[in-house]
Each structure stands twice: as structure tokens, then as C-alpha cells.
Design a protein around this ligand. Structure first.
Ligand SMILES: *[C@@H]1O[C@H](CO)[C@@H](O)[C@H](O)[C@H]1NC(C)=O
Ligand SMILES: *[C@@H]1O[C@H](CO)[C@@H](O)[C@H](O)[C@H]1NC(C)=O
Ligand SMILES: *[C@@H]1O[C@H](CO)[C@@H](O)[C@H](O)[C@H]1NC(C)=O
Ligand SMILES: *[C@@H]1O[C@H](CO)[C@@H](O)[C@H](O)[C@H]1NC(C)=O
Ligand SMILES: *[C@@H]1O[C@H](CO)[C@@H](O)[C@H](O)[C@H]1NC(C)=O
Ligand SMILES: [Ca+2]
Ligand SMILES: [Ca+2]
Ligand SMILES: [Ca+2]
Length: 560
């Protein structure tokens, strides 16, 4: 009997994700290097305070809980040839730690329409955000000034766009589509108000700009949009933020230096991965050390704002390792190489999805691992073509009441037999129209045919909207990545909270996005594929074990 490609692939996925954790291999675990073996010596005074780069336990942190940049740097990747734009309140491009890496040609000021995105002065240094973010990505190394950027030889561009009386669709769209053949990565640490009651997202022009970016940017490989998941804390849900929850953005949450969630972290099913931000303790050195306005340095950058640029830096390292990576490759690499490490979320368990990928509702697939990412990026083959399937749609009205949740099912073949069959999932969207006497008390879960439950909407106690509800809102989940979408999807809609509520669901449309052919096989078992196809099940697993181990060895450990 010939095993299906699916079986092979599922097994490989399990293997890839577990290769660092399983016991019994005759080789060293990755990602658990001895801190004393890290031979990175920088003259920058803040370097040893940048625990998010190399965590040796500074500021009461957990040793080893970091971005593993040392490994990527040792392999020679420092961001050369990659440009990252910080879309923010400007950049102090005269800063001695930024000036040498500043890309003036790719910079612009959309807040005051000129080519100089210098921050506007205020007495309280309010407009320091962009400068701090820029330093995390591109601060120069070994120059005795401040610290070191994640991609310290990358170029940074300033796109000033947050500092005007109010935001417009045109400013957002212009920023997001600024020089897409020069800028590789756009980092955004902003979005709708984090008040726990806003439901908002990109408007028409910005949506179009994002779609154009991923389709046409970087010579068609797609602009990489990195987004902070938001600072609304447990009272907000980042799936109500249409920027963070977009499929075209990689949304990044944060962990603090001991692996816990930050108090301002929002959770949602669209977050892909995490990086680091400031601690809960008063210890000033538990913050994010970086450049600050007017040539200064700071130890106190914070928020998921601080997390997104770290991810942009890691992606710059990956792009240097392989400039061919598409916007989707970057998401696949994040899913495969991010680590649970020592992250802990007191509210949501870590779970495995139907193909064995470990995820968490707040941290996504875990913390980015720069070393793991560049090694995999180097050997990466672009994932197969992406397809889109409307798996089903329920458009009758259904009542919802407290104490009596609504359960709906869509049974789907995922467009099998048609050109747009989706067999291996990437993103899944549930487009929902629902109203409620109190929107904030609504909660919505969706379970995939392989049994993975995504929390699409959690209770938001401050949201007392009773009129608008959600109008064709695309709730997104990344949790079912790699799964086979064929079968029955279940949507559960209910109320949580003290007062009895009622509402009406008017639409649930299930949209599947992903590939028809299996990704990764080329990368991992290309030499063994034909042989494997002829093997029997048990032999298959044994052989695959060896094959994968050999391939992975060359793929992942070549440089050790
Ligand atoms: C780092 O480099 C400096 C100057 O080159 C040297 O004095 C110092 O001993 C080095 N430190 C380590 C840990 O290698
Ligand atoms: C910032 O730098 C300026 C000189 O570049 C210095 O005068 C000032 O004291 C610094 N401010 C802080 C808060 O460190
Ligand atoms: C990128 O693509 C080009 C053209 O397809 C190929 O020649 C090159 O080897 C690729 N580079 C990497 C690092 O995969
Ligand atoms: C929800 O929509 C239904 C049908 O359009 C309407 O009858 C009901 O009054 C609405 N409920 C709320 C809370 O807005
Ligand atoms: C959704 O899942 C959460 C977490 O497991 C649970 O607390 C909640 O009751 C569920 N809601 C519905 C409507 O099933
Ligand atoms: Ca420096
Ligand atoms: Ca938010
Ligand atoms: Ca996103």
C-alpha cells in the first residue's frame, strides 16, 4: 500500500517541530547552547543589557530565553543588503548609532510631506517611539555607542506617519506602499485604539496597498509587513484589530524576560509568533535597551511596539540568508522554527494542532529563533502556489442567547476536484456577521476537522456596543497551519458575562487559504521521496526517520 503524501508530510512536520525536544538522538540539542560558549564580543556599552539578544539571566531573566541572534551572527548573517522601514513617529537619523545604517533615499515624511522624517520635538520626548524601534533593528555594532541592532548591518528607513492630528487612509496606504522595490520589510507598531471596545481595520486604500505589497513588492516576492499585536491587555482581543489579524501581516506578540506574558499583551488566534518586551518588575534593566532621541540611549523601550521591530530584524537576517523568500515563505519559516522555549501563559495552554505544530493562543507558535530561521532559510525552496477556497457559507439568521450557545457546522471538501482545492492550510478566515445586545460579551470559537480549536473572539468586558456588532468581519486563525481542511468545521457562538444577552448571527463564511501540494517535502526529503513512495507503512516510518534525520542534519546542523 502506498502511503499518501499527506502521511509523509504530517510525519515530517512532527519531526521538524520536535527535533529540538526529542530525546535519544546521538547529537546535541539546538537552542540550548551554553551561554559561556557564545563568542560575541561587542564594544557597545548597552550590549550586555540587551537580554533579548543574548539572555544570560540579566535583570532576573531566564538564561537562554532570547532571539538566538548569536547563532545567526556567527553564521555571518547581520542584515547586509536588507532595508527595513519603521512606520512610526519619525527617526532621529542623526543619531550616531543609526546614521551609518540610515537609508535616506527610502525614507519619507508623510506627516508633513517632505523627505526628512525627523521626529517633531516635544518637551516630554513623546516622539521617541520610531527612533527606539529603529535601534532595535539597525543600531550599528562595535562602535561604543548604545547597543546593537538585531540586524546591525541592515539599512533602516524612516516613514514618519503617526504624527499628525488624525490618521487618514491615504497616509496609511502611502506609507505601506512606499518604495516597495527598495524596502523589504515594513515594521508597524500601531493600529486601532487599544481601548478594548474598538473593532477596526484597514480601509479601502490601505487594504489595496497591502494586497499590492504582498503581490508585487520585492519584485513579486512580496513586501514583508510586521505588525505589533497590540497593547490592550486581557481586555482586548487582537482579532478585533484588522491590521494585526490580516493574513498579509505577520503579527507579533511579546514575552517578558522570564517567559511570562506582558500585562499589556492581547491574545488572539491570528498572532503568528512572539519576540520580547519589557518586564513586569520595576527592574529598569528588564526593559528593551535601544537608541533614543537626540543621540541618547534608553533601557526602557516597551510594549508590543518593542516586539515587532525585533521580528523585523530577525526577518532581515533570514532575507540575507535567502533573498528569494516570499512573504509566505517568511510565515512558514516562522511557524516551523519558532519555539515554545520557556514561555508560559497562565491562561491558555500550549496545544498541538492536527499536524503536530505546537501553538499558544497568546504567543502563536512561540518565540522567533534567528539561528534556526537563517539555517532553514538558506536551504529553503519557495512553497507551492497558494489557492483560496470558499469552503461553505451559512447565511440564515440564528438566535444566540446567554446560557444557550449557538453551534453551527460546515462540512467541506475544500474545493477538491476544482482548480482551487486547498489541501494544506495556511490561513483560515471565518467571515462573521453578528449583532448582540452587548458585543463585548460575545465569544466565538471554531474547531477544525482535525480537532484544533481556535478562539476567534474572547470576551471584551469594556465593549458595550449594542448596535454595530460585527459586519462581515474576517476573524483569522493561524492555528490550523498545515492541516487538511476537509471535513466538518464547527463554529460556537455564546455569551460570557454577568447580564443575560441576546444576539443574531447572520453569516458565517469559511475561507480556506493554502496549497494543493505539500510544502516542505522538497526541502526535507527530496532525495528520498521516490524511494519512500514505494515503501510499506512501517518501513516508511523507519526509513523516513533516518532520511529525515540525515536531511535535517545537513539542513539544520551543517554549520555547527
Ligand atoms: C572583548 O574585546 C575586548 C577588546 O578587544 C577585550 O579587551 C576583551 O577581553 C574581550 N572580551 C571577551 C570576553 O572576549
Ligand atoms: C540626551 O543627550 C543630550 C546630548 O546629546 C544630553 O544633553 C542630555 O542630557 C541627554 N538626555 C538624557 C535624558 O539622557
Ligand atoms: C534564488 O533563486 C535563484 C533563481 O531561481 C537561484 O539561482 C538561487 O540559487 C536562489 N538562491 C537561494 C539562496 O536559494
Ligand atoms: C440584530 O439584528 C436583528 C435582525 O436584523 C434585529 O431584529 C435585532 O434587533 C438586532 N439586535 C441588536 C441587538 O441590534
Ligand atoms: C470558547 O472557548 C473558551 C476557551 O476554551 C471557553 O471558555 C468558551 O466557553 C468557549 N465559548 C464557546 C461559545 O464555546
Ligand atoms: Ca552601537
Ligand atoms: Ca488592540
Ligand atoms: Ca497578521
Amino acid at each position: 500500500m502506498c502511503p499518501s503524501k499527506g502521511t509523509v508530510w504530517i510525519f515530517i512536520l512532527l519531526f521538524v517541530k520536535n527535533v529540538f525536544e526529542q530525546e535519544g538522538f546521538g547529537r546535541q540539542k539546538r537552542g540550548y547552547r551554553n551561554i559561556n560558549d557564545i563568542e560575541v564580543n561587542m564594544s557597545d556599552p548597552l550590549f550586555t543589557k540587551q537580554w533579548y539578544l543574548i539572555n544570560t539571566g540579566q535583570a532576573d531573566g531566564t538564561p537562554g530565553l532570547d532571539l538566538n541572534v548569536a547563532e545567526a551572527w556567527q553564521l555571518g548573517y547581520t542584515g547586509k543588503g536588507v532595508t527595513i522601514a519603521i512606520m512610526d513617529d519619525g527617526i532621529d537619523y542623526l543619531h550616531p548609532d543609526l546614521a551609518s545604517n540610515y537609508n535616506a533615499d527610502a525614507s519619507y515624511d508623510f506627516s508633513s510631506n517632505d523627505p526628512f522624517p525627523f521626529p517633531r520635538y516635544t518637551d516630554d520626548w513623546f516622539n521617541s517611539h520610531g527612533t527606539r524601534c529603529a535601534g532595535e533593528v539597525s543600531a550599528a555594532a562595535n562602535n561604543n555607542i548604545c547597543g546593537v541592532g538585531v540586524a546591525y548591518n541592515s539599512k533602516v528607513a524612516g516613514i514618519r506617519m503617526l504624527d499628525q492630528p488624525f490618521m487618514t487612509d491615504i497616509i496609511e496606504a502611502s506609507s505601506i506602499s512606499h518604495m516597495p522595490q527598495v524596502i523589504d520589510i515594513y515594521s508597524a507598531s500601531w493600529g486601532p485604539t487599544d481601548d478594548g471596545k474598538t473593532v477596526d481595520g484597514p480601509r479601502e486604500l490601505t487594504l489595496q496597498a497591502m494586497a499590492d505589497g504582498v503581490n508585487k513588492g520585492r519584485g513579486g516576492k512580496g513586501s514583508i509587513y510586521v505588525w505589533a499585536s497590540g497593547d490592550g491587555g486581557s481586555y482586548d482581543d487582537c482579532n478585533c484589530d484588522g491590521y494585526a489579524s490580516s493574513m498579509w501581516t505577520i503579527s507579533i506578540n511579546s514575552a517578558i524576560n522570564d517567559g511570562r506574558t506582558a500585562l499589556y499583551d492581547e491574545s488572539c488566534s491570528s498572532t503568528l509568533a512572539s519576540t520580547f518586551s519589557n518586564g513586569r518588575k520595576r527592574n529598569p534593566e528588564a526593559g528593551v535597551a535601544t537608541t533614543d532621541l537626540y543621540g541618547n540611549c534608553t533601557l526602557r523601550h516597551s510594549g508590543t511596539s518593542a516586539a515587532a521591530p525585533e521580528a523585523a530584524g530577525v526577518f532581515a537576517l533570514a532575507l540575507e540568508a535567502n533573498p528569494n523568500l516570499t512573504w509566505r515563505d517568511m510565515q512558514h519559516l516562522s511557524v516551523l522554527t519558532s519555539k515554545r522555549n520557556q514561555l508560559h501563559d497562565e491562561v491558555h495552554q500550549w496545544r498541538r494542532n492536527g499536524v503536530g505544530l505546537e501553538f499558544n493562543h497568546l504567543f502563536g507558535y512561540g518565540v522567533l529563533d534567528a539561528g534556526g530561521m537563517v539555517k532553514m532559510a538558506k536551504e529553503w525552496k519557495t512553497v507551492p502556489e497558494r489557492f483560496h477556497c470558499v469552503a461553505g457559507s451559512i447565511q440564515e439568521t440564528h438566535k444566540i442567547q446567554s446560557g444557550n450557545k449557538l453551534v453551527l457546522a460546515i462540512n467541506t471538501e475544500a474545493c477538491q476536484g476544482k482548480d482551487n482545492f486547498v489541501r494544506y492550510l495556511e490561513h483560515v478566515q471565518a467571515v462573521v456577521t453578528v449583532n448582540a445586545s452587548r458585543r463585548g460579551d460575545l465569544n466565538i470559537n471554531m474547531t477544525s476537522p482535525m480537532g484544533t480549536k481556535s478562539i476567534l473572539l474572547s470576551r471584551r468586558p469594556r465593549d458595550d456596543d449594542s448596535k454595530v456588532g460585527f459586519d462581515k468581519w474576517p476573524f483569522m486563525t493561524t492555528h490550523t497551519w498545515g492541516e487538511d481542511p476537509r471535513g466538518t468545521w464547527v463554529l460556537e457562538v455564546g455569551f460570557q458575562g454577568e447580564e443575560p444577552q441576546r444576539g443574531v448571527l447572520k453569516e458565517w463564511t469559511l475561507m480556506l487559504h493554502g496549497t494543493q501540494s505539500a510544502p516542505y517535502i522538497d526541502q526535507i526529503v527530496r532525495d528520498y521521496q521516490s524511494k519512500l513512495a514505494m515503501s510499506k507503512k512501517e518501513e516508511l516510518e523507519e526509513e523516513l526517520d533516518e532520511a529525515v534525520e540525515r536531511s535535517l542534519k545537513s539542513l539544520l546542523s551543517k554549520n555547527n
